[in-house]
Design a protein around this ligand. Structure first.
Ligand SMILES: Nc1nc2c(ncn2[C@@H]2O[C@H](COP(=O)(O)OP(=O)(O)OP(=O)(O)O)[C@@H](O)[C@H]2O)c(=O)[nH]1
Ligand SMILES: [Mg+2]
Length: 401
């Protein structure tokens, strides 16, 4: 699972990565601080089954804190995007190429409206962040369009001449961009266009098709960053009306809170709406002032710093993934090493029991006989569609031991 962090220069992408992953990537208030992409590990939250089953778990591929399972995902912070990046402006296509493997995107927006479209400072509040959102989507669509159109007529001619389906030919061509056959079919459905007549599509139809492909293969969540700045509130209120799924964020505050929490100076759970000071004696006067501001200007106004909410939203709402817990022993909920609830898998809605078996190990999938519901102990067929929070045993002719 790879999520790309995108946005114009100085919007706070690297700060978001640092807050989400506790990395220490360089951040600065001049454009193009980041050139090479930075990778980090963040966590999404899922209600662990340990409380419900009343067991002490031994997580292996994830972490459990007081009944909340933290599941790792990868975040990629890339260079800033400026208008016409797809033509090579700024750092141009290099950064777009870094995003090829991304399953979804987080668009970090400067919601305080204090930077122009190239990340240069302007009068506080004077820049309309709506423009950033429109331009970024267009840039990514244009980048995809450029790649896809390069061979378009050749591909469609080959399809006609070789009597091969255009769908097959195109999906092979775009596999490296993280675009699947089902993305292509859904894009055609959405704009009611026939893939078999692709050789006759107009320029405008191709653009609309690619724009849908972007939307489906790189779905995006808006992180309205820098809500600690006084000019942000008006912009945020307006943006939320236009983009109801956008989330107000303060990456800087989240980073500050997590750093103090790591040192046990405060008690703070990422995503939470409050913190408690545990060691006031080690806090400087300035730290105390910052904490007070975070409390009054961010947590009490917006409910949280928003960083964790963005991550959970990308994974569980936008990508629509569910979390399932495979075990080998449904009596003790453990694997063959007696580890209780060792793993949790993030899988797309609609994943079947057999597909899960393949995700765990090819042998388990090949030898699949049936699955067992760990709660009811009932047998489940190979085409059983997994539900969020399922506890599953796979019975296979090929054992993994
Ligand atoms: N007030 C405030 N400043 C922030 C916040 N997030 C980031 N910044 C500041 O904004 C500036 C740019 O942050 P970066 O994280 O370097 O921005 P970027 O988007 O990675 O920029 P490039 O790598 O140049 O594209 C830095 O001075 C950060 O400290 C925030 O939530 N609030
Ligand atoms: Mg950066």
């Amino acid at each position: 699972m790879l999520i790309g962090i995108v946005g114009k220069p100085s919007a706070g992408k690297s700060q978001f990565l640092n807050a989400a992953c506790m990395t220490s990537v360089k951040t600065a208030d001049y454009p193009f601080t980041t050139i090479e992409p930075n990778l980090g590990t963040a966590y999404v939250r899922h209600k662990c089954l340990c409380k419900e089953l009343n067991v002490k778990d031994n997580p292996r591929n994830s972490i459990c804190i007081n009944g909340t399972r933290l599941i790792p995902i990868s975040l990629l912070d890339v260079a800033g995007l400026v208008p016409d990046a797809w033509k090579g402006r700024g750092l141009g296509n290099k950064f777009l190429d870094d995003l090829r493997r991304a399953d979804a995107l987080i668009h970090v927006v400067d919601a305080s409206g204090s930077l122009d479209d190239e990340g240069r400072p302007v009068d506080a509040g004077s820049w309309d962040p709506v423009k950033d959102i429109e331009f970024l989507e267009k840039e990514i669509t244009m980048w995809l369009l450029q790649i896809i159109k390069r061979d378009w007529s050749k591909l469609s001619r080959t399809a006609v001449m070789c009597k091969k389906s255009f769908l097959d030919i195109l999906s092979e061509r775009v596999a490296g961009l993280g675009i699947t056959k089902s993305h292509i079919l859904s894009a055609c459905n959405r704009i009611r266009i026939n893939i078999d007549k692709a050789d006759k599509w107009s320029e405008e139809e191709i653009y609309r098709f690619v724009d849908q492909l972007r939307n489906l293969s790189k779905p995006m969540v808006l992180a309205l960053n820098k809500i600690d700045k006084p000019t942000a509130k008006n912009h945020v209120d307006k943006l939320i009306k236009i983009f109801p799924n956008a989330i107000p964020v303060c990456a800087l505050a989240e980073y500050f809170l997590r750093q103090l929490a790591e040192k046990n100076i405060i008690k703070y759970i990422p995503g939470g709406g409050e913190f408690n000071i545990l060691k006031p004696e080690v806090l400087s006067e300035n730290d105390k002032k910052i904490l007070e501001r975070i409390k009054t200007d961010i947590l009490e106004v917006y409910g949280s710093t928003g960083v964790q909410q963005v991550l959970d939203k990308v994974v569980f709402e936008v990508l629509g993934l569910i979390a399932v817990y495979p075990v080998e022993d449904v009596k003790n909920y453990c694997d063959h090493n007696n580890l209780v609830l060792p793993d949790v898998y993030l899988v797309p809605k609609g994943t079947t029991a057999r597909q899960l078996a393949y995700m765990i190990h090819t042998d388990l999938g090949d030898g699949f006989i049936y699955a067992v519901d760990g709660r009811t102990k009932q047998r489940l067929a190979e085409n059983y569609e997994l539900k969020n929070g399922d506890l599953i045993k796979i019975v296979s002719a090929k054992s993994l031991k």
